[in-house]
Ligand binder design. Structure first.
Ligand SMILES: [Zn+2]
Length: 336
């Protein structure tokens, strides 16, 4: 009988991790499998890219799933925007960009094949387009992801939190399908057409846009008398969260992945998404040397775990005996 339990990191009273200069990933992670669920091509390069590359470089298998093709995205690089040819086939362009990012990160990649919902704008907000990802019934939207989980058999799933990291309808839907797959993939009575059950062991939410990191970099830049691109962002945050108010995100970082050796690879992946990223913009405003000094990791919250969690932690594989995990392990032992 395999004991199954889920721990909420918050309820377990986790303390936040401190600096991780002394923490290093195992140099050999062969056997570990990590699946990251993202909404659009380019999200994998702006959220958790260095962690994924760090594990892949150490022998783990890392797979990125893009739920949509990003067909309704805007072109955010002025140099590409002015080229009319870029607008003729944005979906095709974004497929090619994703191939470049995949190669840079050294990960595997699958498309779920859903249609981008677009970011509705206006007051009142217009309805979401017919047939888009965010309007797809959950069971139908999650089925291809459950199939991938059962084929790839990840120990770890990386996803967005309930707000999607930021409230784009596709990001919120990506959260929902990831949680559905986390819960259902190990149950042989569910999604019976999608392969043999497999139960992932840990579910993380990404915290790439946690304000603590921006604050630390902002202060480091100011101390050095350098221009900080984060001043406005931090002021906005302070406004939305006055002193004493509950935090915007109910999550706290529990897990810090030391991945500074892959910051350059992360930037290379992000720059592969030429149509989506302004090479002179926000993402590249602080040198990687300074980032390595001030914040040499990427942050996550352990949202749920089926293995005993020892928090804070500095490795997704903490508590997972992936070298021993039988390939044929099945979820939901009937005797449990
Ligand atoms: Zn996105």
């Amino acid at each position: 009988m395999r004991c199954q339990y889920v721990t909420s990191a918050q309820e377990s009273g986790a303390t936040q991790p401190t600096g991780s200069a002394q923490h290093q990933l195992d140099s050999d992670c062969t056997g570990l499998r990590i699946l990251a669920v993202h909404a659009h091509p380019d999200d994998e390069s702006s959220k958790g890219a260095a962690s994924m590359a760090a594990y892949a470089r150490r022998g783990a298998r890392v797979m990125v799933v893009s739920c949509t093709g990003g067909e309704r995205g805007s072109i955010l690089n002025p140099g590409v925007e002015e080229n009319r040819r870029s607008h003729w086939d944005l979906a095709g362009l974004r497929h090619r960009e994703m191939a470049g990012a995949r190669e840079a990160l050294g990960v595997e990649h699958r498309w779920l094949g859903f249609m981008d919902s677009g970011l509705p704008e206006g007051d009142p907000l217009p309805p979401l387009p017919w047939g888009c990802f965010a309007k797809t019934p959950l069971e139908r939207a999650a089925a291809p992801l459950v199939r991938i989980v059962r084929e790839f058999r990840p120990h770890v799933i990386l996803a967005y939190d309930e707000n999607g990291g930021y409230p784009h309808p596709d990001h919120i839907m990506a959260h929902k399908v990831a949680v559905e797959a986390w819960e259902a993939a190990g149950d042989p009575r569910r999604y019976i057409a999608e392969g043999d059950a497999w139960e992932p062991l840990k579910l993380y939410y990404d915290r790439a846009f946690d304000v603590a990191r921006f604050k630390a970099l902002h202060e480091a830049l100011e101390t050095r008398g350098m221009h900080s691109p984060f001043a406005e962002r931090i002021a906005r945050f302070a406004e939305s969260e006055p002193e004493g108010a509950p935090p915007v995100s109910r999550h706290q970082t529990t897990t810090r992945i030391p991945c500074a050796d892959c910051f350059d690879v992360r930037d290379q992946a992000l720059k592969s998404h030429v149509s989506q990223v302004d090479p002179d913009g926000f993402f590249f405003a602080v040198s990687n040397d300074l980032q390595r000094e001030i914040w040499p990791y990427e942050d996550y919250v352990l949202a749920a775990s089926r293995v005993e969690a020892n928090l804070p932690e500095y490795d997704f594989a903490e508590g997972i005996d992936y070298r021993q995990t039988p390939e044929t392990r099945r979820g939901n032992d009937q005797t449990a």
